[in-house]
Design a protein around this ligand. Structure first.
Ligand code: P53
Length: 475
């Protein structure tokens, strides 16, 4: 017998988000979320963010893979793979359809109750994100999304209701999904998904982003305190998109620039884990005359509401090169890395970067790390026998798990679990496509919602089942 390498209680499983798989977008009192107003896009064409549901346009999240009516069947398949944990999110609009009500929608609450019970039936630990790119659209039109301080109250109300209702069933929580994606503030879709903000031409986008992110981090810290007061055994984490940013060369300016680039994408973690803004950023606000609405009381809340663990996604690494400014901008400062190949959507594939990420965070923040997303978006082909031979996906996951293994056995890092993204095929967040697939389970549906909706096990299903069964000893 080889000795066990992954911790005994390592949480093997998978991850999804409500708006990307549930469908049922207007059922049982659900309100319209920002995701319900995003059209189908592609790698070449961005999704449109419409102001109303327009006729003749296709909104893939309305139907998604209809998990709303298939959750029993789907969770059963996850149990068959041996999942120890299943990450999903709560669609805010099922609980508070407009976001600013004082009383929750009981039918919405009942749905998640059933989903969590279904998980617990198979000893699957639910891992829940409170806000995953799916805020009520009403909060956008009436309040301007997270540019408005009032959103803190609306979000903490949601958090309060959910912790109160589910704390006996759900132990692992995260507040905001990939809160730091909006650091790429030139990306309309990123800022919209995170904060429900649509920019005007002459807006100072960076300043608006910093302000919105501040309100979110205060709301997150308040939620952490609320959760712990309700039940001290709850584990409440932040959630960061971790893309290492490497310097293009050993030139000192490139090294310094890459360091600042990482700092500017990950300061969110400094605030949520350490409870305070890093000095470089405070100085940056001063130098740019960014007089943000950050009160002393806010700073107190940030200090008192630090997270228990760090949840993060890892898909890819970036590489950057210094030109003439230290203020890193993702849309213009990235260069190709000659050592790394990209997937069909241009996402660089870099397993070693995952070990780097684990080391970077462990040294900086001294908290348990939870890999709550990782995976390969790829075109899959369903054969006539209803099989999918996705060896490319197995290779990707294999190579990444191997690096996690090294991080644990060679670097001594505390990793809680591994939850590959889109464990069942679902709607892509960036493009709205179905054909950018991540799953172990194939869903027969195309980009326009045509198909039988039947579920089929891919080759990776059986492979991952064995990985879990052997606790990562057989990859
Ligand atoms: P899709 C950008 C960069 C890294 C992760 O992404 C990202 C994004 C935004 O799309 O999002 C996370 O579906 C996100 C999930 C998303 C997943 O990665 O664009 O948390 O909602 O589906 C994969 O291929």
């Amino acid at each position: 017998m080889t000795e066990s390498i992954f911790p005994k209680k390592f949480l093997w499983g998978g991850a999804v988000a409500a708006h990307q798989l549930e469908g049922g977008y207007n059922e049982d009192g659900k309100g319209i979320s920002i995701a319900d107003l995003m059209t189908l896009g592609s790698h070449e064409y961005p999704r449109e963010l419409t102001a109303t549901i327009e006729e003749g346009k296709y909104y893939p999240n309305h139907k998604a893979i209809d998990f709303y009516h298939h959750y029993q069947e789907d969770i059963k398949l996850m149990a068959e793979m041996g999942f120890k944990a299943f990450r999903t999110s709560i669609a805010w609009t099922r609980i508070f359809p407009n976001g600013d009500e004082t009383q929750p929608n009981e039918e919405g609450l009942a749905f998640y109750d059933k989903v969590f019970d279904e998980c617990l039936k198979y000893n699957i630990e639910p891992v829940v994100t409170l806000s995953h790119f799916e805020m009520p659209y009403h909060l956008v039109t009436k309040y301007g999304g997270w540019s408005n301080r009032k959103l803190i109250d609306f979000f903490t109300r949601l958090a309060h209701v959910c912790f109160e209702k589910y704390h006996t069933k759900v132990k692992y929580w995260m507040t905001f999904n990939e809160i730091n994606n909006q650091a790429n503030y030139e990306s309309d879709i990123s800022v919209y998904e995170n904060s429900g903000i649509k920019f005007n031409e002459d807006d100072d986008k960076q300043k608006i982003m910093y302000q919105a992110a501040h309100y979110e981090m205060v709301a997150s810290a308040e939620a952490v305190q609320i959760g712990h007061a309700i039940d001290p055994s709850l584990r409440i984490g932040c959630m960061l998109a971790f893309c290492p940013i490497y310097p293009a060369s050993p030139k000192p300016e490139d090294i310094l620039f890459a360091q600042r680039a990482m700092d500017s994408r990950l300061y969110f973690g400094d605030v949520q884990v350490n409870g305070e803004y890093p000095s470089w950023l405070k100085q940056y606000f001063k130098n740019n005359n960014y007089n943000l609405d950050i009160t002393d009381n806010d700073l107190q809340i940030l200090k008192q509401g630090t997270v228990d663990y760090i949840g993060f996604s890892y898909y890819m690494s970036f590489t950057t090169k210094y030109t003439d400014h230290l203020d890193y901008r993702e849309y213009q400062d990235l260069v190709e890395n000659p050592f790394i190949k990209a997937n069909d959507w241009g996402w660089p594939i870099d397993p070693v970067g995952l070990r780097y990420a684990l080391n970077w965070m462990s040294t900086r923040w001294h908290k348990p790390l939870f890999i709550v997303e990782n995976g390969l978006g790829a075109y899959d082909k369903l054969t006539e026998d209803h099989e999918v031979h996705d060896q490319y996906r197995i290779n990707y996951l294999h190579d990444h798990i191997l690096e996690i293994k090294k991080a644990i056995t060679e670097d001594g890092i505390d990793v809680i679990g591994y939850l590959p993204w889109g464990c069942i095929d679902l709607v892509s967040a960036s493009t709205g496509e179905m054909k950018k697939r991540y799953g172990f389970i194939y869903v027969d549906e195309d980009d326009h919602g045509n198909g039988s909706m039947k579920r089929y096990k891919k080759d990776s299903f059986y492979w991952y089942q064995n990985v879990i069964k052997t606790n990562g000893q057989e990859l």
